[in-house]
Design a protein around this ligand. Structure first.
Ligand code: NAG
Ligand code: NAG
Length: 188
């Protein structure tokens, strides 16, 4: 080995050591230190009730742009939701959680194309208190829409997967909708 290559090997080594030191706020830990065992795949099925009309709406517009009302797609409308999630499609069906967050009109040319940024906050059984986070594109006039599950909390820590939405009922007059969801998630 020449003196030059020995020198460069040494400097790479010292760089690695220095880098190692500067990153000691992170370290590898075994999975079982967090009680993680086998990854599981779960299928969740529920109905999402988006109520925009009446005296007790669960979805309200909170912002819009100067062009929103004249845009053919309502571009820029931002709606905050706290929508019930139920076992069946009827309004009085047993509630299993809420969909809390935002949807916004995100296409200049395609009507009903929403950005969805929300959490499913579950309130039933062992999933009570656990959440799943959704961040996706929802073209509501398509028969099936798919949105990524980007994470979760509680029993859904480390979650990843996808949610498929199908419109079950849409009232053209009021804008109220019931949407069927099938959600597939990996979690521990
Ligand atoms: C747009 O229309 C909505 C609903 O009709 C109304 O509440 C809002 O004030 C309008 N916004 C603008 C900027 O004109
Ligand atoms: C879910 O958890 C909350 C808070 O801990 C509790 O008040 C509520 O009764 C629980 N619901 C069910 C159905 O277990």
């Amino acid at each position: 080995m020449s003196a030059i290559s020995l020198l460069s090997a040494l400097s790479i080594l010292s760089l690695l050591l220095l880098t190692g030191e500067s990153q000691d706020f992170t370290k590898r830990i075994p999975k079982n230190s967090l009680g993680l065992k086998k990854e599981k795949l779960s299928h969740l099925h529920f109905y999402f009730h988006d109520i925009v009309s009446g005296r007790h709406p669960t979805a309200v517009r909170v912002a819009s742009a100067a062009i929103t009302n004249t845009s053919s797609t309502g571009f820029g409308a931002v709606v905050m939701i706290d929508d019930p999630l139920t076992v069946g499609p009827e309004p009085g069906s047993k509630q299993v959680g809420r969909a809390q967050g935002i949807y916004a009109s995100a296409s200049l040319s395609e009507a009903g194309t929403l950005l969805m940024v929300l959490n499913y906050a579950f309130t039933e059984g062992k999933y009570n208190g656990s959440t799943l986070s959704i961040l996706g594109r929802n073209p509501v006039f398509s028969a099936v829409r798919e949105m990524p599950v980007v994470g979760g909390s509680g029993l859904f820590r480390f979650a990843r997967g996808y949610a498929q939405a199908r419109t079950h009922f849409f009232d053209l007059k009021t804008g109220d909708a019931v949407v069927e969801y099938n959600v597939y998630v990996f979690h521990y």
